[in-house]
Design a protein around this ligand. Structure first.
Ligand SMILES: *[C@@H]1O[C@H](CO)[C@@H](O)[C@H](O)[C@H]1NC(C)=O
Ligand SMILES: *[C@@H]1O[C@H](CO)[C@@H](O)[C@H](O)[C@H]1NC(C)=O
Ligand SMILES: *[C@@H]1O[C@H](CO)[C@@H](O)[C@H](O)[C@H]1NC(C)=O
Ligand SMILES: *[C@@H]1O[C@H](CO)[C@@H](O)[C@H](O)[C@H]1NC(C)=O
Length: 506
């Protein structure tokens, strides 16, 4: 692509090779875009003739050496984009001479910043992501009073986050560094702040209570934050859409006030020390799509109000101490894709209407006290159906043969009895079938070679005869399984809503 609109020169997405020529006679050039070429080498005096340059974009080339800080020795340069090159070393301090810079994007190089960068007082956007920056975050940051976006994620910054935050900041990303100490109490408070990501550092102490009313996204996961979640402050945030505090050491209860955060689409409080019960007010979060509370110490019953979160697609409340039975109302969550209740103390039977869920692809119920027979399961199941380590009993239902997309079926460590339904050999997507430690009997049907089958710990099971007889048994198997499948269809007409899809299929 070559576009030459005086005073601009755009040569992006071309196949330019080699190093930069010395630009002579281009004193009027204001915009130079050479992004996405295969230009390389170091840049020295080549750009000095571009005295009118306002915007330089060298993104996605192979330039090396030091960051060019004197394009046109420019007093008018406003935007400098050098993303995805191999520039290295400390940014020469002459950069502070480019007083009119409003945007710097140096992401994905191998450079370091001088502390004097703060003298660029007109800078609005500073992106330093994915370099090998180390040391402390420049303290002079506070002097950049026009800064609206600062990204220094994916570097090796360490030490504390400096106090004094530019007060017009809208977007702050310091994730994936080694920052330590506590979060400065005013860091989250600038009135325009919308997006904050401090995840994957070593921050400790409590979460500040001074929060910008415009916060949309707050990510503080994978640190060592402790104390309680400041729910009173969080509950006033009417725009908060993503709240991610996972993998810290937060304690206390999940406060009912969280139900006031009407915009929440994602709530991740997993891997903390949260206790108490699930507040019924969570049901007010009508926009919630992802709820992750796994690996906490939550107790009590699953509130029936959970069914009001009609947009929910992921529900992960595994590895807590929840008890009582699974409320049948969960079956009305028509958008739910992953339901993970494993590792709790749930008892009673599985809701009979669970088969009517129209989106469910993964059902993890392992390590509970669930009992009784298993009902028809949603035919959308694909990722896994895991009922292991419960108290289920009765025959393995033939209706499981309708789960034609299912990849993992784990029924181990229960009290299932009777034969393994031959129809299960027709599950074309199956890769793992775990039936160990039950009370199954009869002959183990022959599964395709790619299915990993574990039937250990079932005293009554016998292996099918030598391989030479298996093709014959397979031939016999087909009509039998078809009858069984038809029977399953009949049974399902009573149980399942989505039957039309199934009949079409056959
Ligand atoms: C749910 O939590 C389990 C741990 O029990 C984890 O392995 C799994 O990846 C989580 N799934 C989702 C969809 O969050
Ligand atoms: C599960 O519940 C039983 C009683 O119903 C109780 O004895 C047991 O301690 C509970 N286990 C956990 C992990 O909460
Ligand atoms: C669930 O556990 C709580 C204690 O956390 C107990 O009071 C309640 O009786 C238990 N409910 C059931 C149904 O076991
Ligand atoms: C099924 O869930 C149990 C825990 O509930 C887990 O240990 C097991 O690995 C899971 N099975 C498969 C095949 O992933």
């Amino acid at each position: 692509m070559v576009v030459f609109l005086k005073p601009s020169l755009f040569l992006y997405n071309s196949v330019l090779l080699g190093s930069l020529p010395v630009f002579v006679g281009f004193a009027g050039l204001e915009f130079l875009d050479l992004s996405n070429n295969r230009l390389g080498g170091a840049i020295d005096l080549e750009l000095d003739g571009l005295v009118g340059l306002r915007s330089l974009n060298l993104t996605l080339n192979n330039f090396t050496g030091s960051v060019p800080t004197r394009p046109g020795k420019s007093k008018v340069l406003k935007e400098l984009r050098l993303t995805m090159n191999m520039f290295h070393g400390i940014i020469p301090v002459d950069i502070v001479g480019c007083r009119n810079l409003t945007l710097i994007d140096f992401s994905v190089n191998n450079i370091s910043v001088p502390d004097r960068i703060g003298e660029l007082s007109k800078l609005e956007v500073l992106i330093l992501s994915s370099n090998s920056l180390s040391g402390e975050i420049p303290r002079s940051l506070r002097n950049m009073t026009s800064l609206t976006r600062f990204a220094a994620n994916s570097n090796n910054f360490n030490g504390p986050i400096p106090a004094g935050i530019p007060k017009h900041l809208r977007n702050l990303d310091l994730s994936y560094n080694s920052l330590s100490g506590s979060i400065p109490s005013e860091l989250l408070s600038p009135l325009n702040l919308q997006i904050v990501d401090l995840s994957n550092n070593r921050l400790n102490g409590s979460i500040p209570t001074a929060l910008s009313p415009r916060l949309v996204k707050l990510r503080l996961g994978s640190n060592s934050l402790d104390y309680v979640i400041p729910t009173a402050a969080i509950s006033t945030l009417q725009h908060l859409t993503y709240l991610e505090l996972e993998n810290n050491t937060l304690t206390g209860l999940i406060s009912p006030e969280l139900g006031y955060c009407q915009s929440l689409a994602l709530l991740n409080l997993a891997q903390n020390q949260l206790s108490g019960s699930l507040p019924v007010e969570l049901g007010n979060l009508s926009h919630l799509q992802v709820l992750k509370l796994q690996f906490n110490k939550l107790a009590g019953e699953i509130p029936i109000q959970i069914a009001q979160m009609s947009k929910l697609s992921t529900l992960n409340i595994s590895w807590n101490s929840l008890n009582g039975s699974i409320p049948p109302s969960v079956a009305s969550l028509k958008n739910l894709i992953n339901m993970n209740l494993q590792g709790n103390n749930l008892s009673g039977s599985t809701p009979e209407n669970i088969g009517s869920m129209t989106s469910l692809m993964e059902l993890q119920l392992g390590e509970n006290q669930l009992s009784g027979r298993i009902p028809s399961m949603p035919i959308t199941l694909q990722i896994a159906l895991n009922l292991s380590s419960n108290l289920f009993e009765g025959h393995i239902p033939v209706t499981l043969a309708m789960l034609t997309g299912l990849e993992i079926l784990d029924l181990s460590n229960n009290k299932f009895s009777g034969e393994i339904p031959l129809a299960l050999t027709q599950l074309g997507a199956l890769t793992q079938l775990i039936l160990s430690n039950n009370q199954l009997s009869g002959e183990i049907p022959k599964f395709s070679s790619w299915v990993f089958v574990n039937t250990s710990g079932n005293e009554g099971l016998t292996n099918s005869a030598t391989p030479s007889t298996s093709p014959e048994s397979k031939k016999k198997g087909k009509p039998v399984s078809l009858t069984i499948v038809l029977w399953a269809v009949a049974a399902a007409i009573f149980a399942v809503g989505g039957i039309a899809i199934f009949l079409y299929h056959y």
